[in-house]
Each structure stands twice: as C-alpha cells, then as structure tokens.
Design a protein around this ligand. Structure first.
Ligand code: RIB
Ligand code: CA
Length: 316
C-alpha cells in the first residue's frame, strides 16, 4: 500500500533529491509539498519547489509556502551551501502553474481532512511549519501516521560543535515536534553523513538521458563543492557528497534500509554554545519516554540503488 506523504522542505540541493525520490517511488503517494525558510529565504525555497515540480512534470501536486521565519528566532539561511538561488548549479524550468495563495498550514489541514488514510509528514528543513500545524490543529494529530525528519545529531553538529542546521534554525519548533506524542523518526548527522554519493555516482547520473538527471547532476556537483569539507578527506579516504534529506524520505520508502533505535530526545532551546542540539539519551541514563526513533546506520548500496532508480524513473 502506498504511503500518503506530505513533504515539508527548504530546497535546497538534498531536499530536491528527497522530493524527486518521493515522486519516483511506487511506495509513496505524494499528496502535497510545503516549503520552509531555511536553506534560503521563504520565497526562494517556495519557487524552487515549484520549479522542481515543473522539472518533474508534476505540477499537479499542490505546493504552498509556510512560515517566513522561525517561531521565536531570526532566520538564518545556508546560502554558503546552497547558493544565492538555493539551487545553484543548474538551470530549472519556470513553473507553468500559478502559485497557490493557500498557506502551508491550511494546505496541510486540507490534505489531512480529505484523506481517508493517515498521512506521513517528511520534513527536510527546519521544523517550523510542522510545529505550527501541531499547535493549530490538535484535532488532526490522529490523522498523522508519523513524522520523519532530517535534523539533529546524537554526536556532533554542522553549524556549531553540537547543533545541526535544521534544528539550530528553530529549536523551539523541534521541541514541539519531539514532545508532540506523534511517532517521530529522526535522521541526524550520525546517519546522514554516511549517506554519501561519490564522483562516479554523479557521472553516472549525468549520463542518464533525461532532463531531471541532467539537472540533478549539476546540483550534486555544486553541492559537493560546498558541503564536503577538505578536512574530511585524507590521502586514504575520499569523502563523498552528504545526502542528508533523502534519508528521511528513504526511510518511509523502505525502513529496512536503516538501523534505528528508540531513544529519549530532548532539544536544547537555551541560548548557549549548545543551543539547538538534540540531546539523545543514547546510554539511557535518564528515565522518561523514548520519544524518538533515531537513525544510526544505513545500507549504503540499497540507498545508492534507490537514488539511481529515482534518476532513471524520469527516463520512462
Ligand atoms: O544539515 C543538513 C540540513 O540542512 C539539510 O536539510 C540541508 O538541506 C540543510 O537544510
Ligand atoms: Ca533541507
């Protein structure tokens, strides 16, 4: 049975792959896309999502813009990673369908009200829109199957020593989500840094004869230049391109691809050196609810095949 999914994203190069993965998968019925402020300003991530749906010839899928900033904090963007457009590295087609005036919150509510099955949320940017929806529609929580998000880390961080970007941008939103009581799956840096594509993969994608693969090859080349830090590679090791966001979607497509453990997760909403960290009680030293299913490992050959199948899907 296909999983009914809403993708909330901030495209963003790896968000783009997660979106295309959902469109291509026979296990997913992508009901809607909503966009968040994160990698770039809200108008840019919104238009990027519209362009990606145009590229995939799926402008029938509704897309709506979400909040223009985090719940309490000022917006921080990742233009150093994703570029001025948020999808630097390739030219995407202009959308043919006029933008929806509906808000992300209203589109989420409309989709859940109209669905006769539970809906899964995949979130690949800051959790602002997800938190707003949970707060404004408690009556619809029962219609949520689960929330699968890319964010956080049990160990480490990529914005500060202990905070990953999506959580760091809106820690308060992340706290609302992990304490919501809804089943939550977390794909943090512990597993997403292992989800790597390499130069030969990009070349294989570039050789696939369809416009989606051509664009994705350009996006991956750019993304590889801005995210793989020199210190990560040594004379004996070449670090690949980190495909963070597709992990959150791949889990919904095929959970067997990942090793996960239920752990208690709290969010640091202080204003300190550890702001935005996901405090994962890995050794279970605290009492309390193991509220999050945390990803720790990935079957990389299976993941890579899913990426390639996604790219080849658009040749049909
Ligand atoms: O830390 C990685 C996350 O930040 C990914 O979602 C990427 O798209 C950026 O938003
Ligand atoms: Ca993202």
């Amino acid at each position: 049975m296909k999983k009914k999914v809403i993708l909330d994203c901030d495209p963003g190069h790896d968000d783009a792959m997660a979106l295309l993965m959902a469109i291509a998968s026979e296990n997913i019925d992508l009901l809607a896309v909503t966009t968040s402020a994160g990698n770039q300003l809200p108008e840019k991530t919104f238009n990027n999502a519209r362009k990606l749906l145009s590229l995939a010839q799926r402008e029938d899928i509704p897309v709506a813009m979400g909040a223009n900033k985090p719940l309490l904090r000022e917006l921080i963007i990742a233009d150093d990673v994703h570029g001025e457009s948020g999808l630097d590295g390739a030219e995407l087609p202009e959308p043919q369908v006029s933008p929806l005036k509906t808000s992300a919150n209203d589109l989420m509510a409309e989709v859940l009200c109209n669905s006769n099955e539970k809906v899964t949320f995949v979130v690949t940017g800051p959790l602002t829109n997800m938190a707003i929806f949970l707060l404004s529609h408690p009556e619809l929580k029962e219609k949520i199957d689960s929330i699968s998000y890319m964010g956080g880390a049990c160990f480490g961080g990529n914005v500060t020593p202990q905070a990953e970007f999506n959580i760091y941008v809106d820690p308060e939103a992340a706290e609302i989500v992990v304490k919501s009581g809804v089943p939550v799956h977390m794909f943090g840096l512990d597993v997403t840094l292992k989800a790597q594509l390499f130069e030969e993969d990009v070349q294989e994608i570039a050789a696939i004869d369809n416009p989606v693969a051509k664009v994705m090859a350009g996006l991956l080349h750019f993304f590889g230049l801005t995210t793989t830090q020199p210190f990560m590679s040594t004379e004996n090791h070449v670090e690949g391109i980190h495909m963070h966001d597709p992990c959150a979607m791949a889990y919904i497509i095929d959970p067997t691809m990942f090793t996960t453990l239920k752990k208690r997760v709290d969010i640091d909403t202080s204003n300190s050196i550890s702001t935005g960290s996901t405090v994962v009680d890995y050794d279970e030293v605290l009492d309390g609810n193991k509220n999050v299913n945390v990803g720790f490992d990935i079957d990389l050959p299976k993941f890579r095949k899913l990426i390639m199948d996604t790219m080849n899907y658009f040749s049909i």
